[in-house]
Design a protein around this ligand. Structure first.
Ligand code: SAH
Length: 509
């Protein structure tokens, strides 16, 4: 069932369906899980397959009466949904109501999956390929007519089997198509059955079944495509060995600088995309980032972050330590130069204390022809802030407490300036196994300008298995509880810690 069909059924005032005299309705059974308080109209056929004197007359009277029943609801302002198996305009009984009602009321037809599509999907065999012709045949045609049409077509679907089955089988044999023909009963239901049509016991065949003569072109071309695919994957693995050994293509001129999603590709088709993975949860990865990962041939980054990318056997993964960023950047740019699409991954946002700067810098110096694209992510400060309220609601700064890449006195001066300016400050990289004194040193600087009761949010491993987010006062912040996976947000003089445990910084002074 399509999403549209489900929506309409759920919101309908009246749900109508055809059913046989025994009272069971296949259409209703299919939709049963979406039925609740809707008014139901069962339209029971007066006759089915048994012969009667005036079949057509009785059927016409039945449809006229059914249309009148639906019209009464429509006149009262009720929306009516008519259930139809498969597609309503494909041998569907709904057509008889459409003829009688569509010129008087608004009628929307929601297309459905026909039994022909369901059957070929169940068989796992394409129906028509290239310029093949598909003929849809009701089994109720005479045998000679079936023979003529089967002989003249590429693929065929034969509907309305049941009691017509022996005639259909005879026509398939006479037209030379019996070997190809397949049989599918109740396609896509739990009681689906399928097999070679020629071997089916005619006495066991219900109306709810189809015969399929599948695509010939598909059969003829499959073997060649498989042989070709195998040859190509051999060639590809040789090419990738070359790329992995780092052979460099001759640089040529081409686009430079970061590009947009549809921006230029380089002369080799290679590109480096620096992708922000967000703090960790799958639903914090942006759709753009997910697409960039899905497009990549190679994934490069700090091993911890690379491990967060779902493994894809097509991709080569290059995990590294988190030390020399420029080397990782050059490695990625080398790969892109040979035509590979490379994703360089960072946690959070790649532009916040992460790989994007190194990639853009090295590319601008040594790889002007390699396109570079940066895909943003949710940075740790925003993930932590969101857990506790809105501490970053007004002006704020982000400062890394790491003194590996900048001297500590620069860190200290910035902390003092930000504290004096009364800005909220998010502290990244506050500590690590070997850097243990920086949190205490930072706290001392901040306390020169901030009240000891200033709220500090201690966010650790947000989105991860060891997540904890809590609030302490600056005066009692315990540096030993802060590690590499922690981010600190220190409030301004305006930041408030509410009795409910939330923290926010108001937008007006
Ligand atoms: N590019 C990343 C930051 C890398 S710097 C980003 O935008 O989030 C690494 C620092 O980020 C860590 O030391 C810690 O301070 C912070 N951090 C990263 N992920 C975190 C998480 N899930 N929870 C808390 N802090 C995190």
């Amino acid at each position: 069932m399509t999403v549209r069909a489900v929506e309409l059924i759920r919101s309908a005032d009246v749900v109508a369906y055809h059913c046989a005299r025994h009272g069971r309705s296949n259409a209703r059974a299919i939709a049963a899980q979406y039925l609740g308080t809707q008014v139901e109209e069962a339209l029971t056929y007066p006759v089915t397959t048994e012969s009667t004197d005036d079949y057509q007359g009785r059927i016409d009277a039945f449809y006229t009466d059914a249309a009148a029943r639906l019209a009464a609801h429509l006149d009262a302002g009720r929306d009516v949904v008519v259930l139809a198996e498969g597609d309503p305009f494909f041998y569907g009984s709904y057509m008889h109501l459409h003829k009688r009602l569509a010129h008087r009321y608004v009628a929307e037809v929601v297309p459905g999956v026909t039994s022909v599509s369901a059957a070929s999907a169940a068989l796992g065999t394409p129906l028509v390929e290239r310029d093949e012709v598909l003929t849809v045949l009701p089994g109720t045609l005479g045998e000679d007519e079936l023979v003529r049409r089967l002989a003249d077509t590429d693929a065929a679907a034969v509907m309305k089997l049941g009691r017509t089955f022996t005639g259909v089988r005879a026509a398939l044999r006479r037209s030379g198509r019996a070997d190809e023909a397949r049989y599918v009963e109740r396609a896509s239901t739990p009681t689906e059955r399928q097999g070679r049509l020629d071997e089916v016991d005619p006495a066991s065949v219900p109306y709810f079944s189809v015969g399929i003569v599948p695509s010939r072109v598909h059969v003829e071309t499959t073997e060649a495509a498989r042989a070709d695919g195998e040859a190509r994957s051999l060639a590809a693995s040789e090419a990738s060995t070359l790329a992995a050994s780092g052979s460099k293509a001759t640089p040529s001129t081409g686009p430079t600088g970061p590009t947009g999603p549809t921006g230029p590709t380089g002369p080799t088709g290679g590109i480096v995309t620096v992708v922000g993975l967000g703090p960790g949860a799958r639903d914090r990865l942006t759709p753009e980032a997910a697409t960039a990962l899905a497009e990549a041939d190679d994934v490069v980054g700090y091993a911890t972050y690379v491990a967060r990318v779902p493994p894809n056997p097509r991709q080569r993964v290059h995990g590294s330590d988190n030390k020399v960023e420029s080397e990782r950047a050059a490695f990625a740019l080398d790969l892109a130069r040979t035509g590979r699409r490379v994703a360089v991954v960072s946690s959070g946002d790649p532009g916040v204390f992460a790989m994007a700067s190194a990639v853009v810098e090295v590319a601008s110096q040594d790889y002007p022809e390699v396109p570079v694209r940066v895909v943003p992510g949710v940075t740790a400060a925003h993930a932590v802030a969101a857990r506790i309220g809105a501490p970053l609601g007004h002006d704020f700064a982000t400062i890394s407490l790491s003194d590996r890449l900048k001297p500590w006195d620069v860190v200290e001066r910035r902390l003092a300036a930000v504290a004096e300016a009364d800005m909220v400050v998010a502290l990244y990289n506050p500590a690590s196994r070997s850097r243990t004194w920086q949190v205490e040193a930072a706290r001392e600087v901040l306390l020169k300008f901030r009240d000891p009761t200033t709220p500090v949010i201690v966010g650790r491993d947000v989105d991860g298995p060891e997540e904890s987010v809590h609030v302490v006062e600056l005066g009692t912040l315990e540096p030993s509880e802060v590690d590499m996976r922690t981010l600190l947000i220190v409030g301004s003089s305006q930041t408030r810690w509410t009795p409910t445990g939330a923290v926010f910084t108001p937008r007006r002074y």
